[in-house]
Design a protein around this ligand. Structure first.
Ligand SMILES: *Cc1c(COP(=O)(O)O)cnc(C)c1O
Ligand code: SF4
Length: 357
């Protein structure tokens, strides 16, 4: 059996298996016995958890918490709102649309790690939202909508599908003349790096008019290992670029030091930071959420000027009308007819001439 399939079959999703890896606290045990929620991770990702620290940043993403039953701020039917599933345009279940030229194509609700902070919780973790994942319906809709250039394949985790299914999807999408790029959102480089097998590399490889891009999700420097580096290198060797979409998570990556280290370490394994997302107002994840300004402050205090421009993600909040950038805005301090006054990351001022139009 392939190592990645074995990882999934041995998913750490029972108390018994979890106890072999970490010292489960009485609270964790009570939560697992009480909450009816899908949870679990790969033995590989579980091995990165701190066996003794319940606040371990990986552990908090893996093990359910009673706080998930509290919901002061989360929106009811969040995904229906967010993915415009209740508006006029008729679309198959698998197509979520916010933009003119690109769509999200949801192909599965299965994941290698059931992230406790997932904004697709209703679909993936709680399973109260049921969608039909019909490739043919999706492909037909895309074929009929010639304004769509860019397909973001998402889930769940699309790289959990078999090689055959993924190859089929890629082939069908590449046959559509107006499709210019295919993107995958997958956490496998972080939670299941074994997925990038030689056979899978053959499917992704070779020059083609329509490139494949991957965005993964890494939220803490502890999630990055030698195996991550190898998986990303293998993807790049197939001509597939790898970016990161982190989620800003309270108590996990919302301090200056961790936030900087995360973005620096991503580059050491050739992952380019793309987005940092504000933790969305989905239900049951209040305890992961910070004030909105926090992400912009972290970019200002941890990244801009403090480390290379290659390490700078865009901070956004994903909404029903698309992603809204929330970047720090303190650089132009003053402007008059003669000059602009600019401020750098150390609070030092400089001036440059104001050129009239
Ligand atoms: C995030 C998202 C996209 C892609 O957005 P980019 O900013 O291009 O990465 C497209 N459609 C939907 C519905 C999305 O949620
Ligand atoms: S991998 Fe993505 S879709 Fe799956 S649980 Fe994590 S955040 Fe949600």
């Amino acid at each position: 059996m392939e190592a990645w399939v074995e990882q999934l079959q041995n998913s750490v999703n029972t108390l018994e298996r979890l106890k072999k890896i970490i010292n489960v606290t009485p609270e964790e045990e009570a939560t697992i016995n009480t909450l009816h929620t899908k949870w679990g991770t790969t033995p590989y990702f579980a091995s990165l958890m701190d066996p003794d620290d319940p606040n371990c940043p990986i552990r908090r993403q893996v093990i359910p918490s009673m706080k998930e039953t509290e919901n002061k701020y989360g929106m009811h039917d969040y995904l229906i709102w967010k993915e415009n599933r209740d508006v006029g345009e008729v679309r198959p279940d698998c197509i979520a649309r916010q933009y003119h030229d690109r769509i999200a194509f949801t192909v599965t609700d299965v994941c290698a790690n059931y992230c406790r902070h997932c904004f697709r919780k209703e679909l993936v973790v709680d399973r109260d939202l049921k969608l039909r994942f019909d490739f043919e319906e999706g492909i037909e809709w895309i074929t009929d909508h010639r304004e769509i250039r860019d397909i973001l394949i998402t889930g769940g985790d699309p790289f959990i599908l078999s090689d055959e299914r993924i190859e089929y999807l890629i082939r069908k999408l590449r046959d559509i003349p107006h499709i210019e790029m295919i993107r995958f959102g997958t956490r496998t480089p972080i939670v299941l790096p074994h997925r990038i097998t030689d056979d899978f590399k053959k499917i992704l490889s070779d020059y083609h008019r329509v490139p494949i891009w991957v965005n993964t999700q890494c939220n803490h420097p502890k999630e990055i290992t030698e195996q991550t580096a190898k998986a990303v290198y293998d993807l790049l060797s197939c001509g597939v670029n790898v970016g990161n979409q982190a989620v800003l998570l309270k108590g996990i990556n919302d301090d200056v030091e961790t936030f900087r280290k995360l973005h620096q370490k991503l580059l050491t394994v050739r992952i380019r930071p793309y987005y940092v997302f504000y933790c969305e107002p989905a239900p049951g994840i209040d305890h992961f959420r910070t004030p909105v300004e926090k992400g912009a402050e972290l970019i200002r205090d941890a990244l801009r000027g403090h480390t290379t421009g290659l390490a700078q993600p865009m901070y956004v909040i994903a909404t029903n009308i698309g992603k809204i950038p929330l970047m720090p805005d303190y650089y132009i301090v003053d402007k008059n007819e003669k000059e602009y006054t600019l401020k750098n990351y150390q609070g030092i001022y400089t001036t440059i001439p104001n050129i009239p139009e």
